[in-house]
Ligand binder design. Structure first.
Ligand SMILES: Nc1ncnc2c1ncn2[C@@H]1O[C@H](COP(=O)(O)OP(=O)(O)OP(=O)(O)O)[C@@H](O)[C@H]1O
Ligand SMILES: [Mg+2]
Length: 469
């Protein structure tokens, strides 16, 4: 099997090059040689080796230049090509730089043959595992699964393809889409399919943290940095060291914090609040928002400079109503998860239930589908399939897909809105959603019909100019 493994050796010193080629061929590898970085680059493209053993100091294009080109070509060096760099005595700094660019390993000159043989053996085995994994993943993807993501529609397949393409690299990704469409799941999948998968995945929800605490949460603080900072605390960036950080609801992050974040992303250095020293950080930042980013920028919720920095790639998750053909497959997969979770043996989903679900608009997207199925699994006896009888009583009365508009289930409440205003908005929208059915609206709102009547009477006396948004 080793016979098939192709090793390209790049070295400008002819004797060393010959020596290495003989040595490596002697171990059963197929070898090719290159005398400088450019020749190496061309042979990589033309000959497609599995391993490159390269000197760092070479004319035309040196080892670092070669690695840089490779990492740009692949959006981050992919695991299918292992680059082993040879370093001269005293150039450990260069070796470190090479490793950061994605080199597989390094070896000091003069080359220790036993070590080199071990490294080549390891690289070969790792490559074989990667290839096996890739084949397994492709097989799964063809059946509509990528990690925990399920979907077989054209739009989901495109998203899966994009995720696979950009997962191994370090590029920032902005994930957009309505609530419940799977943004967080996409972020996790990006992490799980990346070389960072063994390091932490940390998520922070910018909307859930009070403005006064968010900077300390993200960047950490030193003892005494502010009143109440009794101990030194690591922020999310430090917790995610070597891994990925998901900044969820990025549009809710205060403007000043966004500016700070941008600096950290640009300099790849971090200083805790109240701290003097900067530390290097190696974190891949993913961001998510359920706002339309362009509108968020126009309205001042999202800084334009940060947006451009994060939006190197955009993955937009479509609302479920726009890829309903995925619903049956998703329902099956969620059912299997729920059987596991609740230790049940529900046998499937009856066609009648699928039909009913296909006619619904799913304003809460996949999350709502998940909740619907979880509820049904709890009610359904073991051995039987899920049926319309296991749907919530109100389910059929809810709006059909066609009549549904995406924002009816969401009420935008911005900071600065008073409680009275928010309450008025909530009542108004609930009435709209129930077709002005006051009894049903009161039920949903959890107030008595009398209270609702009183509120409406109050509003009719003080009608604001524009009360809907
Ligand atoms: N394609 C999918 N296949 C299987 N499960 C999915 C898919 N998309 C979403 N889910 C499930 O739906 C639920 C909601 O997904 P997730 O939390 O990722 O949504 P979100 O877009 O981050 O929502 P929000 O904006 O409210 O935070 C999760 O339980 C997730 O596992
Ligand atoms: Mg989320």
């Amino acid at each position: 099997m080793q016979n098939a493994v192709k090793v390209l050796i790049a070295e400008d010193e002819p004797n060393a090059l010959m020596g290495l080629a003989e040595l490596i061929s002697g171990w059963g590898y197929r070898t090719e040689t290159a005398r400088d970085g450019i020749e190496a680059w061309n042979k990589i493209l033309a000959w497609d080796p599995s391993i490159v053993v390269t000197d760092l100091k070479m004319p035309n294009l040196d080892g670092i230049g070669l690695l840089t080109r490779l990492s740009e070509q692949h959006n981050g060096l992919n695991s299918n090509l292992a680059v082993v760099v040879l370093t001269a005595m005293g150039s450990i700094q260069l070796a470190v730089e090479a490793m950061k660019l994605g080199a597989y390993d390094f070896l000091q000159k003069p080359v220790d043959a036993t070590r080199l043989r071990t490294i080549l053996g390891n690289a070969t085995r790792q490559r074989e595992t990667e290839i096996e994994l890739e084949v397994a993943r492709r097989r799964l993807r063809e059946s509509g699964v990528l990690g925990s993501l399920v979907g077989n529609s054209k739009v989901m397949r495109e998203i899966f393809g994009l995720i696979e393409q950009i997962a191994p690299s370090n590029v920032h990704v902005l994930i957009t889409g309505e609530s419940g469409t799977g943004k967080e799941l996409v972020a996790r999948t990006l992490h799980d399919l990346s070389p960072r998968k063994t390091k932490p995945f940390v998520g922070v929800n910018c909307a859930a943290i009070p403005e006064t605490l968010i900077e300390s949460e993200i960047f950490g603080h030193e003892k005494g940095a502010f009143t109440g900072a009794a101990e030194r605390r690591s922020g999310c960036f430090e917790l995610a060291a070597g891994g990925s950080l998901l900044l969820d609801e990025i549009g809710e992050m205060p403007n000043g914090t966004q500016a700070k974040l941008l600096r950290v992303l640009e300099e790849r250095k971090l200083r805790r609040l109240g701290g003097r020293n900067e530390q290097e950080i190696d974190v891949r930042v993913l961001a998510a928002t359920n706002r339309d980013p362009n509108t968020a920028v126009a309205e001042g919720h999202l800084r334009a400079d940060l947006y451009y920095r994060l939006n190197v790639f955009n993955i937009h998750m479509p609302p479920l109503r726009d890829h309903m053909e995925d619903l049956p497959l998703m329902a099956e997969s969620i059912l299997a998860q729920m059987n596991d979770k609740h230790n049940r043996r529900v046998s499937g989903v009856a066609q009648s239930m699928i039909d009913r679900m296909m006619g619904y608009g799913w304003p809460g997207n996949v999350r709502e589908l998940r909740n619907t199925i979880e509820r049904a699994v709890i009610l359904c006896p073991d051995g039987a399939p899920l049926d319309v009888g296991h749907l919530a009583p109100g389910f059929a009365k809810q709006q059909p897909a066609a009549a549904h508009s995406s924002n009816q289930s969401m009420i935008p409440v911005h900071v600065g809105t008073t409680v009275d205003e928010a309450e008025r908005l909530l009542i108004q929208r609930t009435l709209e959603a129930t077709g002005q059915n006051k009894t049903r609206a009161a039920e949903i709102l959890g107030v008595s019909l009398k209270t609702l009547h009183n509120k409406l009477k109050e509003y009719s006396r003080t009608r604001p100019e524009n009360s809907t948004d």
